[in-house]
Structure formats: structure tokens, C-alpha cells
Design a protein around this ligand. Structure first.
Ligand code: N01
Length: 544
């Protein structure tokens, strides 16, 4: 480790020891690069390290929610259930770190504060919160898309006499809610997982809901060993299907249009998907749900009818009914979410019509009343896609910060979601304008890691000193991303996909919707053409 005022020279610095950073470290080490990962936590896992809230589990089926770069690893690990809980996923990532001996390349409990590109040296100068400075040729971010917690700036939070938590920074020790009056703010994917579990323990749970959500039963169940054995036996096929699919998970093809079927046929399709549980209700029923308003309405109506069947109190059921376009906020899957509102110790407060005005020493005050609470859970989400990057002072050419470039200037622009012009030799794993959060993350992470590792190999083999996205390439890519998104209903809903959950954040859809398979092909094509759309420079002259 470099002491204060001593600059350690490295080939590559990677930020984050989650799915992204762990595999990036492994690949760069294999390529013989001196690499160091910086991680703020005291262990590996990324979001799975931090998200320890009650009920936290994965909502991609587990046989697909893992690395596929090593068949040996795939064979050595067996998941217990369709959607395993957070401790098991964290255990998996620890297993990976041990198997590939990764810990020695990670500096834990260290946060990168600044990263500056030095144009004279063509190197990144990186500073950490322990005062150390390192210099690296390549600077790679694996900071996650949903890791910068968003806590609304409610007046009076400091005055609250009880305990409060954000789900993304949950304590390591068990939080005791037994017999307590607990309030939870938010009804996104996180809250939908947490509410049924907290409700079982708390004396009373009050749910503060701004936007009701569509949620489909997860249909979680323990795996039988034969199913897991078959997945292992079909490893190569599964891996290929994941890589070529639209969302990173092998799916059965959806019917072309919800409007082509009769009402009766549609009901059958939806009922079947509902009974099977999981994200198939979104991805395997009809392929026009996110592009056609009328088609979307049929799915939305179906879920609303399920809410009304499930929730006994008609007024509560009505409050729980969403009206936005189904699927244009993250599709949610749950275990007994709507059922939980039948419990006597659970109440629902609509904070859309009567917003929260302040947190008081005793609880939460809305425009209609005050709710006395012993604990408040903020399930209020994240400053997604860009928040974690902006926490660091990242400066490219001419000292321009990433934040200036993306927020105050021309707004977020990337080339493939991997690079951004003016920040040479910087790579983002699942950066803005890549499929990232609208795909099964490990698949998209692996694709980016492999693309970046191959790119660095190419640069080294061809005596290239720097690679930088061309301004026109990122303009074209950004435009393409916007056009694909605007052809869907996604941009018609206020969601974190649009940055709408963070006051003042520019509204832009920052995820590439063209599908994991086609996106991979595009990235490979660009690489095969000698990194088309990038400027490659040798130490003093342009290579291309
Ligand atoms: O966050 P969210 P999340 N007053 O932004 C409400 C992933 N994930 O942590 O909808 C009152 O979705 C806000 O209301 P509204 C997944 O990609 C994955 O739940 O903005 N309410 C909303 O209800 C997911 O999408 C897994 O009107 C306020 C909630 O807080 C992403 O993480 C599990 C408010 C925030 O919902 C984020 O999910 C869990 C205010 N001022 C999550 N501000 C897996 O299974 C916000 N809200 C892998």
C-alpha cells in the first residue's frame, strides 16, 4: 500500500468489489496487469454487501444470476432456491473471491475521492480517502447503477427520536422491530420485498405510499437437486441463450400482441404467467406491452383485478391500484405483498394526495395527520445510473468533471455506455446508456468486463497509448438510445429510469433498450473493426 505522499504506479485501478469489480480484477490479473480494486465496504459484494434489509433477495432466477465465465465455478456452486436471499448471494460472491484469490488485490474500507486524467503523462491520478495517491494507466468504474442512496430531504429528520434506516445501508446486526411501530416510506421493489417481512415482526407497520405498484407473485420455491443438476449439464447452452437473449435470461418467446388474442385467451395467458410467478408475466406474455398503450392496458387491468381479489378492504385495494403504464417502472415480483395489507397490524397511507411535510421527533407528519413511530425505514431508492459516479470528483481532459459534462453541459452522453469522450482510458462497467438495469445484471457485467479486458489487450498489443470515444460516436449512440426509448412507453412514466425520483436531476432515459443480444453484437462489431468510433493514439501520434 502506498504511504501518504507516495505515488504507487499501477496498470489499472478498478472501483468497487461487487460482481463487476471482482471479475474485472480477475481478468486484468490474468492479462498480467498490475491492478488494484478500491472498495468502501469491508467486504466484497457491492449492492449485496449493503442491501441487508429484511426480505432482500434476487429477482432474476438464481441459475441465471451468476457468473458464466467459468464452468468450473458454475459446477461448484449450487443455489438453494429460485430467488435466493441476500445472505446466500453474498456468500456466493465471497466464494468467488476465495476461489480466484481476489482479496489480495482489493483494498477494503477505502473510498476513491478523486480521479484526474493527466494529459502530459496519459495516466489517471487517483486519490483515496486515506490520503493515498496512485497513478494508473486505466481507470475502470464498477460502482453499480443503484448504489447511491436517495434519502428525500424531509424537514426535521434529525429531530426524530426513534431509529431510522435506508434499505441500501442496512445494519449488519439484526434490527429488532418486535412490537414496534414501524413506518416505511416507498413502495418500489425494495419495499415490496421488505413490507411482508417487517409486517410479521412489527407491532404495527404503516406504509407511506406515493405511487402504487404492479407486482406479480414471485413463485419462489426451493430448487430440487435434479433441476440444478440439469442446469449444470446444460451450462453451455444456458450461457449462450443468456448472452443472446433480450434481457439476459433465457425466456420463452412472448406472443406478438396482446390485442391479437381474444379476451378469454389473454386471460388464460396472464393467469398462466401469474401462477408460474416471476418476471415471465412481463417478458413472456406479450411483446407489445411496453410499446402499445392498449396492449399495456390489458396487463394493467389484469393486475388490478388481482389486487381487488386479494385485498379484502375495497378502499385499501383501491389505494393499492397503480395507473401508470405497466412495466414502465421496474416490474416487481413479490411474496405475499398485497396479502400483507389484509393484516390487522398494517395500514396504508397515501402520500400522493397528502404528502409528507416533515419528520417530527415522534414520527411522520403528512398534510392530513401525524403518525407516531418508533422506527422509520426509507425504501426511497437511489440516485440511479450517475449518482455513484458523481460522488467522486472525476476529471477528464482540460480538467472537465464528469458531472459538468453530463449535468450542467450537454447532458449524459456515452459511447456504448462504456466510455465517454474526453475521458481517455476510462471505462465504465454497465455505465449509462448500456442495457444494465434492464437486463440480468451479471450477464451485462460479464459482457462489459470481457469487452474492456479485450480492448486493453488490443491497446497493449498494438502500442496504443490512449483510447477515447469520439464526440460524434457518442452523439450518435446517445441519439440511438433516445430513439429506441422514445418508441416505447418507458419515457411516458416518471421513474428512476428517467431520473425523475431525484429532484432537479435532468430527465433522460439512461438505459439502452435494444436488448442484451443485439447490444453485445454491436459492441463486438465495433471491437472487430479496430474500435470503430474511438480515437486511438500512440504516445505521440494518432494510430487511427
Ligand atoms: O427504489 P425505487 P427501490 N415521498 O426508486 C418512494 C433494484 N432492486 O430501492 O414511485 C414519498 O424503485 C417512491 O415513490 P415514487 C431494482 O432495479 C432490485 O425500491 O417515486 N415516497 C418509490 O415508491 C429497483 O427498481 C432488487 O412515487 C417517496 C420508492 O420510494 C431498484 O433497485 C431488489 C419519496 C422508491 O422506489 C430500486 O428499488 C430491490 C418521497 N419524497 C431493488 N421519494 C432485486 O431483486 C421516493 N419515494 C435484485
Amino acid at each position: 500500500m502506498a504511504r501518504k505522499n507516495e505515488v504507487m504506479e499501477l496498470d489499472a485501478v478498478v472501483i468497487g468489489a461487487g460482481f463487476s469489480g471482482l471479475y474485472m480484477l480477475h481478468r486484468l490479473r490474468e492479462a498480467g496487469l498490475q491492478t488494484r480494486v478500491y472498495e468502501a465496504a469491508d467486504g466484497v459484494g457491492g449492492v449485496w454487501y449493503w442491501n441487508r434489509y429484511p426480505g432482500a433477495r434476487c429477482d432474476s432466477e438464481s441459475i441465471y444470476y451468476n457468473y458464466t465465465f467459468s464452468e468450473e465455478l458454475y459446477n461448484e456452486w449450487s443455489w438453494s432456491s429460485r430467488y435466493p436471499e441476500q445472505p446466500e448471494i453474498l456468500q456466493y460472491l465471497n466464494f468467488v473471491a476465495d476461489k480466484f484469490d481476489l482479496r489480495s488485490g482489493i483494498q477494503f474500507k477505502t473510498r476513491v475521492t478523486t480521479a484526474r486524467y493527466d494529459e502530459d503523462l496519459n495516466r489517471w491520478q487517483i486519490e483515496t480517502d486515506d490520503g493515498a495517491v496512485v497513478s494508473a494507466k486505466y481507470f475502470i468504474t464498477g460502482v453499480g447503477c443503484l448504489s447511491a442512496a436517495s434519502i428525500p430531504k424531509f424537514k426535521g429528520l434529525d429531530s426524530f427520536k426513534g431509529e431510522w434506516f435506508h434499505t441500501g445501508h442496512w445494519p449488519h446486526e439484526k434490527v429488532n422491530f418486535a412490537g414496534k411501530r414501524v413506518g416505511i416510506i416507498g413502495t418500489g421493489s425494495t419495499a415490496v420485498q421488505a413490507i411482508p417481512v417487517i409486517a410479521k415482526e412489527a407491532g404495527h407497520l404503516t406504509v407511506f405510499q406515493r405511487t402504487p405498484q404492479y407486482s406479480v407473485p414471485a413463485g419462489n420455491h426451493p430448487y430440487d437437486s435434479e433441476y440444478v443438476r440439469q442446469a449444470k449439464e446444460n451450462f453451455s447452452e444456458i450461457k449462450q441463450q443468456m448472452r443472446e437473449s433480450a434481457g439476459g435470461i433465457p425466456t420463452k418467446p412472448a406472443n406478438p400482441s396482446a390485442l391479437a388474442d381474444t379476451q378469454e385467451e389473454r386471460e388464460r395467458v396472464y393467469e398462466e404467467a401469474w401462477a408460474k410467478g416471476g418476471v415471465g408475466f412481463f417478458s413472456e406474455t406479450y411483446s407489445d406491452l411496453t410499446i402499445n398503450e392498449d396492449a399495456n392496458h390489458t396487463a394493467a387491468e389484469f393486475v388490478r383485478s388481482k389486487i381487488s381479489e386479494t385485498v379484502h378492504n375495497p378502499e385499501v385495494a383501491k389505494k393499492l391500484m397503480p395507473t401508470y403504464y405497466y412495466g414502465t417502472k421496474r416490474p416487481i415480483i413479490d411474496t405475499n405483498y398485497y396479502e400483507t395489507f389484509n393484516r390487522e397490524n398494517v395500514s396504508l397511507v397515501d402520500v400522493k394526495t397528502a404528502p409528507i411535510v416533515e419528520i417530527t421527533p415522534k414520527g411522520i407528519k403528512t398534510t392530513e395527520g401525524e403518525y407516531d413511530l418508533d422506527a422509520i425505514v426509507f425504501a426511497t431508492g437511489y440516485d440511479a445510473m450517475t449518482g455513484a459516479l458523481f460522488k467522486m470528483d472525476i476529471r477528464g481532459k482540460d480538467g472537465v468533471t464528469l458531472k459538468e459534462k453530463w449535468e450542467e453541459g450537454e447532458q449524459t452522453r456515452t459511447y456504448l455506455g462504456i466510455a465517454t469522450a474526453g475521458f481517455p482510458n476510462m471505462f465504465m462497467i454497465t455505465g449509462p446508456e448500456s442495457p444494465s438495469v434492464l437486463s440480468n445484471m451479471p450477464v451485462s457485467i460479464e459482457q462489459h468486463v470481457e469487452w474492456i479486458a479485450d480492448c486493453i489487450d488490443y491497446l497493449r498489443e498494438n502500442g496504443v497509448e490512449t483510447i477515447d470515444a469520439k464526440v460524434e460516436s457518442e452523439e450518435d449512440w446517445s441519439k440511438h438510445c433516445r430513439e429506441v426509448a422514445e418508441a416505447t412507453l418507458f419515457t411516458k412514466t416518471d421513474s428512476w429510469y428517467m431520473g425523475a425520483n431525484v429532484p432537479g436531476k435532468p430527465r433522460r432515459f439512461l438505459i439502452y433498450l435494444g436488448g442484451v443480444g443485439p447490444y453485445r453484437e454491436k459492441c463486438s462489431e465495433i471491437a472487430a473493426k479496430g474500435y470503430e468510433g474511438f480515437t486511438l493514439e500512440a504516445s505521440s501520434k494518432t494510430v487511427k
